[in-house]
Write a protein that binds this ligand. Structure first.
Ligand SMILES: Cc1cc2nc3c(=O)[nH]c(=O)nc-3n(C[C@H](O)[C@H](O)[C@H](O)COP(=O)(O)OP(=O)(O)OC[C@H]3O[C@@H](n4cnc5c(N)ncnc54)[C@H](O)[C@@H]3O)c2cc1C
Length: 464
């Protein structure tokens, strides 16, 4: 029989958001971190470019906020953007205090009107941050980390989340923070590691939580054609050019990602010319290209778009509260509305740091648990991700979508792909990371968030 245990706070996921939540909460309570993968190799380790924060002399949180709203195509939640951009400098200072060694100077990335991206090891920012947080969490006397232990169910009693279930045990807790990452690995071409399948989002939905913005998927324009290896936007920030097979430029390299992505998708692929930049600033990237058989000093590198970041997820307030009491979410699995229809580059690690910390601090305020037996959620999520399913997502809910493909995908047996299709069908316009060939322009009628809840029709909400 499965073991039954009690914890104060359970954090599900060991990426930057989960660790930021755990470290914040551990100043007040004991925290159990459950992670299906090792905390030293989450998706967060793959982040290259950096973290955006208005710390330059010519910058301010309000300029950072303006750029975030512009990228989000008018539907970013204003309160979330204000919180993100105003707290950013303090969260960078926290990381420096914890020992993260950032490089000299600030980087510039697409959609930013200022140089404001802090980075480490050239393009190894995620690794530098996630490793430091993981080391601190491991050393913390009030944090227990269990790796290789996926959460397979949430315990829900009287409409409240009262803990989690894993294959090993059932853990009762007064609050649960989901920080399980996004779902970009559901697409055939992706920059994400294979585990980014959105399991936490499935679990939250089945427990009754509202989801939103699932149709907004950021396709990164420049992934290596062979395997989806990401060629960071920082390269274009430093002057790398996008050219066609004849060597001619065809787009503004620093335009928002969705614009650059569609410009490449219309051609099928493109080449990234790194010959004119200081390549020694990106030692890890250049070494990977050389190992793949390319010579970046001599030839432009073939690139094509790949699914990279998922904007949508579990609806939360600015302190990580989902619509189910006791259940919190932070990081890429959450949807605060901060990214609107498209994420501004380097705002996602920042989101994990700002809203992960806020979720951890709020979750410890939940009331103690009364005795409860725990009730099962209404259904259990199905996650059978086959190559055929990933191909279907690429074909039917890829860079350019239409009703025909989306209706096909909406008949899928897999839960999250079906919900992505339902959201994309409900948004009969094109905006940010969602482009429909049958509705190719923005329509003011849809200037809001498509919200999905179990057994209810999709609805459009406007958030302040
Ligand atoms: C190649 C690449 C480059 C990027 N570059 C940048 C960048 O330069 N700047 C930027 O801001 N962002 C960047 N991003 C995006 C950013 O890395 C992610 O948005 C962010 O790291 C997500 O962090 P997270 O903590 O929410 O989730 P993750 O880091 O994905 O962690 C999720 C955790 O949850 C665990 N988990 C999942 N399901 C379960 C379950 N059922 N039970 C238990 N545990 C579970 C996983 O094992 C993992 O520990 C990049 C992403 C990629 C892929």
């Amino acid at each position: 029989m499965q073991r039954s245990e009690q914890a104060e706070l359970v954090v599900v996921g060991g990426g930057v958001a989960g660790l930021a939540a755990a470290l914040a909460a551990a100043s007040e309570t004991d925290v159990l971190v459950l992670s299906s993968g090792p905390v030293f190799s989450s998706n967060s380790f793959h982040a290259q470019g950096g973290v955006a924060a208005a710390i330059g002399a010519d910058d301010s949180p309000s300029l950072h906020a303006d750029d975030t709203h512009r990228a989000g195509r008018g539907i970013c939640r204003p309160g979330a953007v204000r919180t993100l951009t105003e707290e950013a400098p303090a969260r960078i200072a926290d990381l420096v205090d914890l020992g993260v060694a950032f490089d000299e100077g600030l980087g510039r990335e697409g959609g930013h009107s200022r140089r404001r991206v802090v980075h480490a090891g050239g393009a190894e920012t995620g690794k530098a941050i996630a490793r430091t947080l993981a080391e601190r969490a491991h050393a913390h006397p009030r944090i227990t980390i269990s790796e290789g232990e996926p959460v397979v169910d949430l315990r829900v009693a009287d409409g409240r989340c009262v803990g989690v279930v894993t294959p090993r045990r059932s853990v009762a807790a007064r609050a649960t923070v989901l920080a399980t990452g996004g779902y970009a690995a559901l697409w055939e071409r992706t920059t994400n590691p294979p585990g980014a399948l959105g399991q936490g989002i499935d679990l939250a939905y089945c427990a009754g939580a509202a989801l939103a913005d699932l149709e907004f998927v950021q396709f990164h324009p420049t992934a290596l054609v062979d395997d989806g290896f990401l060629l960071s936007e920082a390269l274009r920030g430093e002057g790398a050019l996008l050219v066609d097979d004849d060597g001619s430029r065809f787009t503004d390299e620093l335009a928002p990602r969705d614009v650059v992505t569609r410009a490449i998708a219309e051609r099928g692929r493109a080449r990234l010319d790194l010959r004119g930049i200081e390549r020694e600033r990106f030692p890890g990237l250049i070494a990977t290209l050389e190992r793949a058989g390319y010579d970046p000093a001599a030839e432009p590198i073939p690139v094509a778009p790949a699914a990279h970041y998922t904007v949508g997820g579990i609806v939360t307030d600015l302190d990580g509260r989902s619509t189910v009491p006791g259940l919190y979410a932070a990081g890429e699995c959450a949807c605060t509305g901060v990214h609107g229809a498209n994420r501004l580059a380097s705002n996602s690690l920042l989101e994990c740091l700002v809203f992960g910390r806020r979720a951890g601090l709020a979750a410890v305020r939940e009331p103690s648990l009364r005795a409860t037996s725990g009730v099962r959620p209404r259904t259990r999520p199905e996650v059978t991700v086959t190559p055929a399913l990933r191909h279907a997502l690429w074909e039917d809910a890829g860079v350019i979508r239409s009703a025909e493909g989306l209706e096909r995908l909406a008949r899928s047996r897999a839960l999250l792909p079906r919900l992505v299709a339902e959201s994309a069908l409900a948004r009969r316009e094109s905006r940010g990371g969602h482009f429909r060939s049958d509705f190719p322009t923005e329509d003011e009628e849809f200037a809001g968030h498509v919200v999905l809840e179990f057994d209810r029709e999709p609805r459009l909400e406007r958030w302040s």
